[in-house]
Design a protein around this ligand. Structure first.
Ligand SMILES: [Zn+2]
Length: 458
């Protein structure tokens, strides 16, 4: 029996072909010859089940198979496909070059826009004719292992890529909008998670303080801040420094943003009921020394984390609070009794990010605030190096609170946040104001940037 390629492609569903990277070559009455890179028992079973035929594998080079799959199933492929592949590569390279954290691809009525987020701010990179949109979307969805034909429901997927020597994990999400799917690509550069505390912007004094907290070996260290404040990166850099063959380090995260060799990382999976709380409970049965909980979002997770901390584990987690002191009140809100809070909390790092002024073009000026006070500050100018923005890269501003007996007493006797903060400052807490002042003084950022940042803060 001789079948056309079209007939053959109907025999093997596209999903299966793409899943195992194979394509049907030839059909006889009771057998099907299938091209595949390497013999695969699961593929064999699935093919048998679907076609009801004996399967004969013919090993072929991967490129040839890929090409055939596109010819067989590539109904989405049109004259724009090559161009879209090129366009996608181009967009990624530009985003990486500019150190963007996200790429937004947004269809409108007669064009689509590509915008990127750099140092926390969105900017447009191009507006293109809508004709190119569909094939670009298909190329991205195909690469991310998403359903190309599904355009009415939100989807997510991921691509791991190496672009100009930079390994990037790309998280893709699509959402149907009135003019088509809006696609957001979140770029996670592997190297950005490998930074030391110093590279993240922590001073020697701050690093010593953090190390002192961690050296307690049991208790909870919280890293707090809003989304995009760099707290995950800080947690990873701490974990990486703690990593050591003599310790069992386990994490429960959502999502796992960076895989660290030698650390046991668990991905939250709400669909099957693997929540932060469940994962954490499972970790506790695995004899851990150090536990990282991606985020304390609910009462049960908070309670389990506290219990882990008072039973001899170092727990590191993140919390959504604006500053270090308010984390105490937040934990009390989460039904943690004061005596347990005092027995478990050892420190809080609260942080956010400010843009660094471009060192190639910044200028210095003196701003007189009143007759007694003037401030020397860098001001942004804009040059080729910083794409005319005047800023390049970001650094951490932070608070570091180390819990001591005097603070515990204040918490125990229900003293307000202001009183607790006064005690903490007296005992050496590093505050946001300390950080801002230093960054301005050292001309790492500008007065203007700090004012904008503080306005978001308070
Ligand atoms: Zn510049």
């Amino acid at each position: 029996m001789v079948s056309s390629e079209k007939d053959l492609s109907l025999l093997v569903p596209e999903k299966l072909a793409r899943k195992y990277n194979l394509f049907p070559i030839e059909e006889t009455d009771n057998s099907l010859v299938v091209g595949i890179e390497k013999n695969n028992i699961y593929a064999l079973q699935d093919l048998k089940l679907v076609t009801g035929k004996n399967i004969i594998f013919r090993e072929l080079p991967k490129e040839e198979i890929n090409e055939k799959i596109e010819i067989f199933y590539g109904n989405f492929i049109d004259i724009n496909e090559d161009y879209s592949n090129y366009l996608f590569q181009d967009i990624l390279e530009k985003a990486i070059y500019e150190n963007a954290s996200d790429i937004h691809i947004e269809p409108f009525s007669d064009l689509f826009k590509i915008r990127i987020r750099v140092d926390g701010k969105m900017k447009e990179v191009s507006s293109l004719i809508l004709d190119l949109y569909a094939s670009l979307a298909s190329v991205i969805k195909y690469k991310a292992n998403m359903d190309i034909t599904e355009k009415r429901l939100p989807q997510d997927g991921r691509i791991d890529l190496k672009i100009k020597d930079v390994v990037v994990d790309i998280r893709i999400s699509t959402v149907p909008t009135v003019h088509g799917e809006k696609i957001v690509l979140r770029l996670l550069r592997r190297d950005s998670f490998l930074k030391t505390k110093k590279e993240l912007g922590f001073t020697e004094v701050a690093i010593n303080k953090i190390d002192e907290i961690i050296n307690k070996k049991t208790g909870i260290l919280l890293v707090t801040g809003p989304t995009g404040s760099g707290k995950t990166t800080t947690v990873y850099s701490i974990l990486k420094e703690l990593k050591d063959d003599s310790k069992n380090i386990m994490t429960i995260e959502d999502p796992i943003e960076y895989k660290i060799e030698g650390i046991n990382q668990i991905q939250v999976n709400n669909k099957v009921g693997l929540t932060f709380e469940k994962g954490l409970k499972a970790i506790l049965r695995q004899d851990p020394d150090i536990i990282m909980v991606g985020e304390i979002r609910d009462v049960e997770t908070a309670k389990t984390a506290v219990r882990a901390a008072i039973t001899g584990h170092l727990v590191i987690s993140t919390l959504h609070t604006n500053d270090a002191i308010s984390s105490i009140a937040r934990l009390i809100d989460m039904e943690i009794p004061v005596y347990l809070l005092n027995a478990s909390l050892i420190g809080v790092i609260s942080q956010r990010l400010v843009r660094k002024v471009c060192t190639d073009c910044s200028n210095e000026i003196t701003i007189t605030q009143d007759e007694n006070k003037s401030i020397d500050t860098a001001i942004p100018i804009g040059c080729d190096q910083c794409n005319g923005i005047g800023y390049s890269g970001r650094t951490a501003v932070y608070e570091i609170l180390q819990i001591d007996d005097e603070i515990r007493q204040a918490v125990q006797s229900n003293k307000g946040s202001n009183k607790i903060k006064d005690i903490a400052i007296k005992n050496g807490m590093i505050t946001f104001d300390d950080s801002y002042t230093r960054l301005i003084k050292e001309k790492i950022t500008t007065l203007e940037e700090c004012i904008i940042n503080k306005e978001i803060l308070y």
